[in-house]
Design a protein. Structure first.
Length: 118
C-alpha cells in the first residue's frame, strides 16, 4: 500500500512562490502518472495537473498554466509542485494523487494547506 505525504504549504503573499513536495512510501509511485489537485473552502476538489512517471509529459489546467510546474525525482520517490505568481484564488488544500492507467485516482495524500494573502 502506497502512502503519500505532502509538505511545503504555508502562508504567502500574492505574487509569491511555494514549492510543494509529495513523497511516496510503502511502494513507488504508479508507473502511469502522479497528479495534483486542490480544494478551496466550500468548493469541490479540482484537478490542477499531472506528470507522467517518465517526467516526459505534463498537463495543467488553464488557471495555473504558466505559473505552476510539476516535476519529479523518481530516485527520491518525490513529486513537486512549484507554484509561482500565486493569487488569492489559489488558496486551497493541495493534494497529490497516485494515478492509474485511466488517470483514475488510486491513492490520495492527506493534503497541505496553501494560503495566499492579498
Amino acid at each position: 500500500q502506497i502512502q503519500l505525504v505532502e509538505s511545503g504549504g504555508g502562508l504567502v503573499q500574492a505574487g509569491g512562490s511555494l514549492r510543494l513536495s509529495c513523497v511516496a512510501s510503502g511502494r513507488s509511485f504508479s508507473t502511469y502518472a502522479t497528479g495534483w489537485f486542490r480544494q478551496a473552502p466550500g468548493k469541490e476538489r479540482e484537478f490542477v495537473g499531472y506528470i507522467r512517471w517518465s517526467g516526459s509529459s505534463t498537463y495543467y489546467v488553464d488557471s495555473v498554466k504558466g505559473r505552476f510546474t510539476i516535476s519529479r525525482d523518481n530516485a527520491k520517490n518525490t513529486v513537486y509542485l512549484q507554484m509561482n505568481g500565486l493569487k488569492p484564488e489559489d488558496t486551497a488544500v493541495y493534494y497529490c494523487a497516485d494515478l492509474g492507467a485511466t488517470m483514475a485516482v488510486n491513492h490520495w495524500g492527506q493534503g497541505t494547506q496553501v494560503t495566499v494573502s492579498s
